[in-house]
Design a protein around this ligand. Sequence first.
Ligand code: DC
Length: 221
Amino acid sequence: MSVAKGPAGEKVRVIAIDGPAGSGKSTVARRLAERLGLEYLDTGAMYRSVAFAAMAREIDLADADAIVEVAQTSDIRVEDTAVIVDGVDATTQIRGPEVTRSVSTVAAISGVREVLRVRQQAWVLERGGGVLEGRDIGTAVFPDADLKVYLSASAAVRAKRRAGEVSALDYETVAAELAARDAADSTRQHDPLVQAPDAVHLDTTDLSIDEVVDELLARLR
Ligand code: DC
């Protein structure tokens, strides 16, 4: 059964954008959502929120069952500019180095993925559609999405983009951590980052955001 159906069985509009860190997903997804009049969901922020909640509750990251319980019981609100976890504004902390280093471990737990996948599907159905970005949107969350996009970019450009966002860390540290996170996200057993066979692949290394968005809008027409 297709999950991309509204309460009355009507088709909902879903755009799935996947790719590694720094490939341009967030900016592209946000702008595409604006142009299409749809809402935007950063699913990575949800995985980061579970890691944040686990750390706040002082849970051992090696205890997968306890982390699944955190995912099940935490109240995660990913809004346009703020992320609220169990009533606490975690917007800044979920992007910090501690969460960034532990999030791949949390995202590799199948029970966590199951909980968040169901929430992501419900989020779309409540809104009648949306633009979602992550690692497994086109492969696992919405395999019937209207448009599936896989963004990539050279490792050097991706690290440079990320280093520009996190001024506390130097380029070499960001590049090494990014490579380690990509390797973990692409080789894990459950819903690893892979390009869906029917996804449009764009290499954003030498493309502007507008060029990417215009190309995707053309594909939708
Ligand atoms: O997009 P991001 O860097 O904020 O994502 C944080 C982590 O969450 C990333 O290392 C992999 C994981 N993630 C995932 O496994 N599946 C998703 N749909 C989104 C993110």
